[in-house]
Design a protein around this ligand. Structure first.
Ligand code: SF4
Length: 152
């Protein structure tokens, strides 16, 4: 019998730990399954903390780039049925042809489902995200913050 050389067959020091290679392999396999219409992913939010940020004066800089990030909805959010998800990649948030969440009003850069936005959006703190801000206080954005959208 041929030896299984997939990353999942490689043991780690601690069986509870998943290596970065194994994580990448699982992600790739999940994506393949989803492309075939077999798999689905639910988000698993750790807490229900809500981060409130005063965005005044920032939207003209950040252009709501955080609303172009990919994440999966929780089972409860999918069951509620008010948030659109990508039918090709259930249950990841639906995005438009420009890569932004379909719930983002592109003119005002305001979330159209703000009161019922996903838990992930409630917890996200862009001030702590170096992919977005190099210095939140001084309003210095990461120059590569929009790169993922250019690759689309
Ligand atoms: S649901 Fe609202 S806050 Fe969340 S990514 Fe979409 S537009 Fe942004």
């Amino acid at each position: 019998m041929e030896k299984d050389e997939t990353p999942l067959n490689h043991s780690t020091d601690d069986d509870q730990e998943i290596s970065a290679e194994q994580r990448a392999y699982i992600k790739k396999m999940l994506e393949r399954l989803m492309e075939l219409g077999i798999g689905a992913v639910y988000g698993d939010e750790e807490n229900d903390n809500e981060v409130m940020i005063d965005h005044r004066g920032r939207l003209s800089l950040c252009r709501a780039v955080c609303c172009s990030f990919i994440f999966a909805l929780t089972k409860e959010e999918v069951q509620k049925g008010h948030i659109q998800w990508n039918p090709k990649r259930p249950y990841f948030i639906a995005r438009d042809e420009n890569g932004f969440c379909t719930h983002l009003d592109r003119k005002t850069l305001i979330c159209s489902i703000w009161e019922e936005r996903p838990q992930r959006c409630r917890q996200y703190d862009c001030r702590q995200d170096p992919n977005v801000w190099i210095d939140w206080e001084k309003q210095v954005m990461n120059p590569n913050a929009f790169d993922h959208l250019l690759k689309k």
